[in-house]
Design a protein around this ligand. Structure first.
Ligand SMILES: Nc1ncnc2c1ncn2[C@@H]1O[C@H](COP(=O)(O)OP(=O)(O)O)[C@@H](O)[C@H]1O
Ligand SMILES: [Mg+2]
Length: 277
């Protein structure tokens, strides 16, 4: 047990969530895991979207996802059998969500599955990609983790959902909340009714650890089962943004948009939006 009341593993685990679907949680989970292994870290990435799994496709494991986190929890599969690895992603271990969740997973079951997988792959970080909405995937994950990344877009509806996520997570005993803004317009002239960064921090009261620009290449990569940097012809401007989040998690002080390409007016981008008018 640590001084703060959780186990060492619970502080190593980061759940990625938002009360809203489609804001980029799975994209952040997968590409953050990739950025961390590029730094030499080991990462266990668990698809906890029990309603609609998608990481298996985004990681190129669509046909090889045989066992899932519920199988490990129920003792139907060992960690070794359930975890998927791929060449070129040294240090990344992936556990799929069930294709069809039958409701049979408790926090104790999830915790024991995570412990078994962590004992097998010895990760520096365990990333739990949860579903949008306040369903049991978030609740179960929150019972097992003390840290969380809330993902939001700069759109007012998504920021409202992020605010709510923060409240829910604190209620579940999560201690360290971080905010990642995904889909930030690269040109402030297109930001419309979007919030600026300062206002997002004010509204959510959560410290910001990353800004991922709006990047159409992410969808293309995801549909092909690829992560940023894995295809020379698909150059994602967001790759650096994920590297920056990984660096910050590792305790390095890097500016939010350090070396992120394609941003037109950084200062305006950070300050622009509803709050500045
Ligand atoms: N920064 C971004 N810029 C543009 N599109 C993005 C960005 N992040 C995610 N997307 C796309 O948005 C869609 C939803 O992303 P996903 O990560 O599946 O969201 P969630 O897990 O929150 O439901 C996907 O098609 C994904 O490729
Ligand atoms: Mg998702």
């Amino acid at each position: 047990m640590s001084a703060m009341g959780g186990t060492m593993e619970q502080y190593q685990r980061i759940l990625v969530t938002s009360c809203k679907g489609g804001v980029g949680k799975s994209t952040v989970s997968a590409n953050l895991a990739n950025a961390l292994i590029k730094r030499g870290k080991r990462v266990l990435l668990v698809d906890m979207d029990l309603g609609n799994r998608s990481l298996d496709i985004m990681l190129g494991f669509e046909d090889s996802a045989l066992f899932d986190v519920c199988d490990v929890a129920a003792g139907r599969a060992s960690a070794e059998r359930a975890l998927l690895c791929s060449e070129g992603r040294e240090g990344m271990f992936f556990c799929p969500a069930p294709y069809l969740f039958d409701g049979d997973l408790t926090a104790e079951g999830l915790n024991s599955a995570l412990l078994a997988m962590e004992a097998y792959c010895a990760p520096d970080y365990t990333i739990l990609d949860t579903s949008g909405g306040a369903d049991c995937s978030v609740q179960l994950s929150a019972e097992c983790a003390k840290r969380a990344i809330i993902v939001t877009t700069p759109a007012p509806t998504a920021v409202r959902a992020a605010e709510k996520s923060g409240d829910l997570l604190v209620g579940h005993g999560v201690e360290d909340l971080m905010l990642v803004v995904s889909g930030m317009e690269t040109d402030p002239r297109n930001a419309g009714e979007h919030y600026g960064v300062n206002e997002m921090i004010d509204r959510t009261s959560v410290r910001i650890v990353g800004i991922v620009p709006r990047d159409a290449k992410l969808a293309l990569l995801g549909e092909r089962g690829l992560l940023c940097g894995e295809n020379k012809r698909i150059k994602a401007i967001s790759e650096r943004a994920f590297d920056n989040i990984a660096a910050r998690l590792d305790g390095e002080q890097v500016p939010l948009l350090y070396k992120v390409r394609g941003i037109r007016n950084r200062k305006k981008l950070l300050m622009s939006g509803r709050g500045s008018r």
